[in-house]
Design a protein around this ligand. Sequence first.
Ligand code: SF4
Length: 715
Amino acid sequence: MWEQMPEHVKTLCPYCGVGCGLIADTDGPRLLRVRGDPDHPANFGKLCPKGATVAQTVNTPTRLRYAMQRDDLYDDLTVCPPHTAVREAARRLDSIIQQHGPQAVAFYLSGQLTTESQYLANKFAKAYLRTNHVDSNSRLCMASAAQGMKLSLGSDGPPTCYADIELADAHLFVGSNAAHCHPVLFDRVAARVQKGKARCIVVDPRRTATAEIAEMHLAVRPGTDLILMNGLLRLFRDVGKIDKDYIADHTEGWPELNTLLDQYPPEFVARTCGIPYEQLMAAARILIESERLLTYWTMGVNQTVHGTFTSNAIINLHLATGKIGKPGCGPFSLTGQPNAMGGRDVGYMSHSLPGYRSIAEPEHRRQMEQLWGLPAGAIRDEIGYDAVRLFEAMESGEIRAVWIIGSNPAASMPNLPRVRRALESAELVIVQDAYYPTETTSYAHIVLPAALNLEQDGTFCNTERRVTLMQKAVPPPGDAMPDWWWVKQVAAAMGFTAGLRHENAAQIFDEFARTTAGRPNDQSAMHHELLRVKGPQQWPYPAMGRPSERRYTDGKFPTPSGKARLWARDLGPEADATSLEFPLLLTTGRVLNQWHTRTKTGNVDQLNKMDPAPFIQMHPDDARELDLSDGDAVFVRSRRGKCRGTVRLDANASPGVVFVPIHWNELWAPASSPNEATTDDVDPLSKQPGLKCCAVSISAVSANRTEQLPLSLIE
Ligand code: SF4
């Protein structure tokens, strides 16, 4: 007997943070196709190729349908009933906790889980197991933007909304290839620019598809965005285009920032960023002339060891010019994953708690203990390990068990040689995923089959803080179940039932929403039925007070003084600096038609035809120096490891910089993962690794040559 499903179900695209609405057409138990939801305010029916082919990712031969287990990694994984896998997970977790304490257990979660699953896993770990070692792949994605917004504005969460796109006079993209990474959102920008209704500047070391439509492309050297942002604000100041009233009434820190800006004359900025002086001045002129400015940023900023500083510098520009909290204005951090915003709302990182609370704040811990019905002191006061330190602690034997849900760290983490050593040395690795195999399941002792988002009810929150209800369109295959269900079963098998009695996703959401009451991300008046009836809603959506599409419209910020903070941010030393041995810079990123480690998109022929294979993008000048040609097989070597690939010559690359897409890893293209070479040096404030900026050398595979680019080419 199959469950009777409605035939046209409103749900959501599982890929990027734009959060496009989908309608899933079914014939009952079978998914026939998906199409864009014309009523969804994120996309009004439009979809990019990934979203349009979601239906082909559901019933693939690679779907994980049944639980599996083994005693150790030398054995094969064997299929087992769900209750056996649950009992075994509970027994082994309990045994490790008995011997080594709860802090020997870690969780690694994902921005691709529903808010409900993120919430319950986080609650189970921090409230009941009593480990704060809960981190997520958002650490690789948005941690610096989140930290930057918290330090500058008093709260994470972008102040802007998509409606601002049609109201802005100018769009500044910094380290964002939105044309490929946030395509439906970018189409709205492109439409405005192409009609001559707005201007566009793109700051990126590569001439990307985003740069193609821009009036100006500033091909900065990787890692110099902070210098550029300071330099631009200096030029605003020098022509009297800062907003002195806004600075005086709504900010703190201007005197220090003003002094710092003296160190950023345009000649210095142009030279250090590697862009022509005239181009810098022309870009500044465009921005100064524009009344309404949106600045978008994402991985090119966040995945550097000074991503938080650069985020602060971007926000400085908006605060000092008063271009925030107004229509068509604001700093707009673009979220990589579909529900990283939801994850941040529920506090699924090692330093946070639901409702944008912090583990480091005694009052925040007390509030959550009260909300969760825990005794005082139940939540540990020490901050848990961020993603990089979590795997380091696993390698050293301090962390002995990890439960990985909806992520593939054996492909996506930087410095993979270390991550593999860590996973190999763990006593227990539980991997919960919708697909098998993945690079990470190679290290799993227990594998739990997860439902996809089309197979469950739940919510995602997109990059404009809009929460959408995803409704179950088809039943999950085999024994697959929603992620929160597995968490609840294992918790129950370990004896934790009080506080984890939720029967469905709606009940979990209700509890989560209550934790946000009175907090900056208040969504306490939201519930599943409201979202079903009224459609997607943006937070803040408080029970007391009014919803609002834009934040900080009154110039009041959630800081002790009520004012935002202008930070004087100066550039520190490069973490993974180039040298004679490693003279090039490696940068990594997405291509339009693939997603993360291809567990989903690798199954879609249509997408694979458009983006079929990995490549190493190089500027022809660099290739000439190394006597390389288009199509040559090469090694990319760093201080940590090496990967191999095929050279793609492209004049759109910057000289001295090579680009490798992140999607092809061990399963799809052995030895090709760029993360064999990337650095796990982190931003000291956000703990986000500097994936975008790694010193490497390139050498031909066939002749095993070691010639390298002279340093002079990149200086
Ligand atoms: Fe999905 Fe993002 Fe494409 Fe929209 S833009 S369809 S959310 S991948």
